[in-house]
Design a protein around this ligand. Structure first.
Ligand code: FAD
Length: 289
């Protein structure tokens, strides 16, 4: 089923994001974690591809196929411009189709400073247009990424939203946001996107913080602002890992409750492959969806 169909139902769409292993040796433990995460019954689970500049992405398809065929949950496979030529995109899409995967998240991709990016596509919108030129892939659902605080390389939020419009015009059927810790950015972005004529569903990307180093890494990569109350929480619990995880889940649940009351289209949880986080957070928000 195309993910866009899920947004036609009355309910807010709940999705999770997981990442594939870096080495073959990790595949079994990641499958086991995903089996536990799948018990929470999200509407779909997406699987990253080369995220963080890691090029060992051959497992994305296998993990997405496991989600779809064994866990019986709709799967979305990420695919990036920086890792693929035009020809390679077609090969990857054929592989996804053979594995029964019907949805992709089309991304430019994180650039690994040690590996020159492939240059057939400059932007995600170019790859989406290219895919949409091929009638063979008409049945593939395509989603795109968006940035409530603006993409780090964009001149301004306004410029980024104009570029986002190109992505939607090219064929992105829904959008998933970068993580954010202050809902005010999301509400402002959503309003501006609407004014720019972007009318596809937008899922809010929420990351429950699990460690101080994780948050430092993510903020360096994506530039998310940290509100005072979030910084106070991390500072208080940084030396008590279990307490920090529970505080991070509580913070995320509070963000989600507020987003749901504002009529958000979807909630996309960056689970970091952590079944405890997925289960506990879903338990807290399940009845609110
Ligand atoms: P683009 O849409 O190409 O935008 C990149 C920059 O170019 C922006 O500044 C934008 O304003 C500008 N731009 C866009 N289109 C145009 C245009 N037509 N003309 C001129 N300028 C334009 N990375 C991975 O490597 N693997 C993953 O699995 C992955 N998963 C992600 C999941 C989500 C939900 C999100 C939000 C991000 C994910 N990323 C992933 C990170 C993403 O690849 C980076 O944020 C990347 O820097 C931008 O990707 P994009 O698809 O948004 O790029």
């Amino acid at each position: 089923m195309k993910i866009s169909e899920l947004f036609k139902k009355e309910k807010t769409v709940l999705s999770f994001e997981v990442f594939p292993p870096k080495k073959t040796s990790g595949i079994e433990s990641i499958r086991a974690a995903i089996d536990q995460i799948a018990v929470c019954s999200p509407d779909y689970i997406s699987v990253t591809y080369g995220a963080g500049g890691n090029i060992a992405n051959t497992f994305t398809r296998d993990i997405a196929a496991h989600i779809k065929n064994d866990c019986k949950i709709e799967a979305m496979a990420h695919i990036t411009c920086v890792n693929n030529t035009k020809e390679e995109v077609l090969t990857v899409l054929d592989g996804f189709a053979d594995a029964g995967i019907e949805n992709i998240l089309a991304l430019r991709g994180d650039i690994n400073p040690d590996i020159p990016p492939k240059t057939d596509f400059s932007h995600a919108s170019d790859m989406i247009s290219f895919i949409r030129e091929h009638r063979k892939y008409d049945n593939i659902g395509i989603s795109g990424a968006c940035y409530p605080e603006g993409h780090t390389q964009a001149e301004s939020l306004a410029d980024d939203i104009l570029n986002l419009r190109k992505k939607v015009d090219a064929g992105a059927e829904e959008l998933i946001t970068q993580l954010f810790f202050d809902n005010a950015f999301f509400y402002d972005f959503r309003e501006k996107a609407k004014i720019a004529g972007i009318n596809v569903p937008i899922s809010a990307g929420i990351m429950p913080v699990t460690s101080k180093s994780q948050i430092e890494r993510m903020v360096t990569m994506c530039g998310a602002s940290l509100p005072q109350k979030f910084v106070r929480m991390v500072t208080k619990y940084e030396h008590r890992p279990d307490a920090l995880i529970d505080a991070g889940i509580a913070y995320a649940a509070d963000q989600i409750a507020d987003l749901l009351s504002s009529g958000v289209d979807g909630i996309h949880i960056y689970t970091m492959n952590n079944p405890y986080v997925a289960r506990k957070l879903t338990g807290m928000i399940g009845k609110l969806l």
